[in-house]
Design a protein around this ligand. Structure first.
Ligand SMILES: Nc1ncnc2c1ncn2[C@@H]1O[C@H](COP(=O)(O)OP(=O)(O)OP(=O)(O)O)[C@@H](O)[C@H]1O
Length: 256
């Protein structure tokens, strides 16, 4: 069992995971994990295969509830809330490009995502909101570096661009907290560099938590890292602290 980290500066965490356990049948994928995330920080959850990273991502993004324990967002207990409830509170997840409508242009994809956040009343009069929605879509595409390809069908975009498009869609509701699952998976080194630059910029304006298998990748990017191993909390710290952590080196790098 680990206890949530102390808060010497009194900065209330935006997200708290308290003693969370997640079972699949008799298998324990997450075991009594407690961590707290501070605002406007970029934190990575890392760990070797089967560490429980995806399970953690799913639990904190509301895809499924923990078997035990609690999730608190801005001090409010949101354990067991439906996924759309998480979204309404300002928690967005970016996890796959299957959300992208391949036949629509990049711009239309983001416009639809921006429109989805509106109330049902506003959805009934899309025409009136259309120019404003397109303006928002253009600003988001600019933000993720896709302004030049905004009129191309999503199917014509490179893998890295499709992933960036999916992030623009996740950003449409202007979330407070952005959760990303392996944002550079399947990318070329060049695409990875572009994506890392984008993540760094996004983290300047909101809280970003990313789940990542490749430890080296996040070392130069994140201020804090949380290490899971066999579904348990193993360590938390700055990149330097994690690099020097004997147990992490042993289980993760195999070099201690
Ligand atoms: N729906 C499920 N049913 C049964 N077991 C599951 C389920 N989801 C995950 N697991 C098991 O839980 C453990 C943790 O899986 P998880 O996908 O969370 O790890 P991970 O750290 O994301 O791994 P990887 O880096 O390989 O994706 C694994 O042993 C996995 O087989």
């Amino acid at each position: 069992m680990n206890t949530p980290p102390a808060r010497p500066d009194g900065d209330a965490p935006i997200l708290e995971v308290r003693h969370v356990t997640r079972r699949f049948g008799r298998f324990v994928a997450l075991n009594d994990v407690s961590v707290a995330f501070r605002r406007r920080r970029l934190t990575a959850i890392i760990g070797p295969n089967g560490a429980g990273k995806s399970t953690f991502f799913n639990v904190v993004s509301g895809a499924f509830p923990p078997s035990e324990g609690a999730i608190l967002f801005e001090g409010r207990d949101i354990t067991g809330l439906a996924p759309h409830g998480f979204a309404r509170l300002g928690i967005a997840k970016s996890f796959q490009i299957t959300n992208v409508f391949k036949q629509l242009s990049a711009r239309e994809n983001v416009r639809v995502a921006a429109q989805m956040r509106r109330t049902r009343f506003q959805l009934w009069r899309p025409r009136a909101a259309y120019p404003e929605l397109l303006e928002q879509a253009d600003a988001l595409l600019e933000r993720v570096g896709l302004a030049d390809v905004r009129d191309k069908p999503a199917s014509d975009l490179a893998h890295g661009q499709q992933r960036a498009l999916e992030i623009a869609m996740a950003l449409a509701p202007d979330p407070t907290l952005l959760l990303m699952d392996e944002p550079t998976a399947g990318m070329s080194p060049q695409e990875t560099g572009v994506m890392m630059g984008l993540i760094e910029r996004l983290a300047e304006e909101r809280t970003v938590i990313l789940v990542e298998h490749k430890m080296k990748l996040v070392m130069g990017l994140c201020e804090r890292l949380i290490v899971l191993h066999h579904g348990e909390f193993l360590a938390e710290g700055t990149p330097d602290e994690i690099r020097a952590h004997d147990e992490v080196r042993r289980v993760y790098l195999g070099t201690a």
